[in-house]
Ligand binder design. Structure first.
Ligand code: LLP
Length: 456
């Protein structure tokens, strides 16, 4: 069900190119992505929402996959950008995004970051607190330029997704409670030469699979905004409902037998972008139509890149534990390459890319190379919600390639060099079928970048 993937000669292919051949050529671990898929995903979200609310803009959340080439592909597809640091802003501008197409989020923006957002005349800085609003005004005065902002509110709605990725309740660090927002608007009015409040923002979490979570949050925002309109005649020009558009992760038959229904529902989801768009627009057009001309902003990350990449690694060791009757294989990719399995119990299907049609499968435990017991491709924390083995061909052995599917979101961007492991490269299959090295696979030399020897 992943459109760009296919099978030919017992090998996994992406956009018609042989994954095994690419991995053999560039070395593993390696991320391989599809330009076509990224572009299609941007267009799909744009079109789904514009069908119900023409004035919608899609700001791709750069943090999900921050390679320059991916940012450029999103830009060429007509997407805008959401950034969360001065570094992402810098890369976004290098990729060709104009300031007016960039939104800047964050709970601890530095003065330097605020300054570069103002100087580059970005579309909006999403303000996290009353204190930060004052800081933005001071910085704007120093730059002699007005700052555009949205106010990030706390809708106090749980997204019902894994702990650690809830971002819209009062227990989370993000945003301003509604009770403090009127004072911020008064303050902004007094300093209107330096700050322009263009509207409101919330982001309730990633992979939000309950439609009600989006709708309840939007209702909180719109009811509040309608009151503010009555009391202060302030009408938002922009309403930004954040990211979190869910993707229906592929779950193989074995995993779905073992997985708790709640986890299955979260990952597999069935909520489509179209359903969200229709419901969101419906709410936006209620309230006597006062918000019907507002620009609607989305900040999807996972939805744009999640299914557009696979991560390929190579089997480097195997063992049989007789006492437990367990077969293990060890890969050259661990949590240093893809940390989400451990962090959030995210489940990614794994296939043997060079033996994909082999009929005889058996259960194996799969581990990464790090000197950590937790570096295993299974749920090792005693949670019984994921199977602790994968089905692999009986002949799986050293030198085979294991591809982990749908690893485009928060994989490459959260890599580390732990254990002296050079970071994986990123190859993108262009629309014409050619291969583009978006990020060079690192070498040992790269491990010394920016380090100094005491002896020299
Ligand atoms: N906007 C804001 C303000 C965000 O904080 C995020 C993600 C997004 C948009 C994009 O959310 P998305 O559409 O990708 O769900 N590493 C974690 C996810 C961290 C999400 C961080 N914020 C994981 O893989 O579960």
């Amino acid at each position: 069900n992943i459109p760009q993937l296919s099978i030919k000669n017992n090998h996994l292919h992406m956009d018609g190119r042989d994954i095994v051949e690419i991995a053999g050529h560039y070395g593993t671990p390696l991320y391989i992505g599809s330009e076509q898929r990224i572009e299609d995903n941007v267009r799909e979200v744009q079109q789904a929402f514009q069908k119900y609310h023409a004035n919608t803009t899609v700001h791709y959340a750069a943090k999900a996959e921050t390679s320059l080439a991916t940012l450029e592909i999103v830009h060429m597809a007509g997407g805008s950008l959401e950034v969360n640091s001065g570094g992402e802003l810098y890369k976004g501008m290098r990729a060709g995004f104009a300031g007016k197409n960039i939104i800047f989020n964050g709970v601890a923006k530095t003065e330097k970051e605020i300054e570069s957002a103002i100087v580059n005349e970005i579309k909006a800085i999403n303000v996290d607190s009353p204190f930060e609003l004052e800081r933005i005004v001071e910085t704007a005065m120093a730059c002699k330029k007005q700052a555009n902002v949205l106010l990030r509110i706390v809708p106090d709605v749980a997204s019902g997704v894994a702990k650690g990725v809830e971002t819209g309740t009062h227990e989370c660090k993000f945003g301003t409670m509604l009770e403090d927002v009127p004072a911020m608007l008064h303050y902004a009015k007094e300093h209107e030469k330096w700050v322009c409040v263009r509207g409101f923002h919330f982001h309730i979490g990633t992979q939000t699979y309950h439609l009600t979570s989006f709708l309840e949050s939007l209702q909180v925002l719109l009811e509040f905004a309608a009151n503010i309109y009555k009391e202060m005649q302030f009408l938002p020009e922009i309403i930004d409902i954040g990211g979190g558009l869910p993707i229906p992760y592929f779950i193989d038959a074995t995993a779905s037998q073992y997985m708790q229904p709640s986890i299955y529902q979260m990952l597999r989801g069935v909520l489509t972008t179209d359903e969200i768009a229709e419901a969101v627009a419906g709410k936006l057009h209620a309230y006597d139509g006062i918000f019907k001309d507002c620009e609607l902003l989305l900040e999807p990350g996972r939805k744009i890149v999640g299914d557009a990449f696979v991560m390929v690694s190579r089997v480097e060791n195997k063992k049989y534990r007789r006492a437990m009757n367990e077969n293990w294989i060890m890969l050259d990719a661990g949590l240093n390459v893809m940390s989400e399995v451990k962090n959030y119990h995210w489940y990614f299907p794994m296939v043997c890319a060079n033996k994909i049609t082999e009929p005889h499968m058996y259960p194996v435990k799969i581990a990464g190379p790090l000197c950590e017991s937790g570096d295993v491709w299974m749920d090792y924390d005693g949670h019984k919600d994921l199977p602790d083995f994968r089905m692999m061909p009986e002949s799986v052995t050293v030198g085979d390639y294991i591809a982990m599917l749908e690893t485009g979101a928060y994989g490459t961007s959260m890599m580390s060099r732990y254990n002296g492991r050079p970071m994986a490269g990123v190859i993108i299959i262009r629309k014409d079928g050619s291969l583009f090295m978006a990020k060079k696979p690192e070498t040992y030399e790269d491990l010394l970048t920016g380090e100094f020897s005491i002896a020299e």
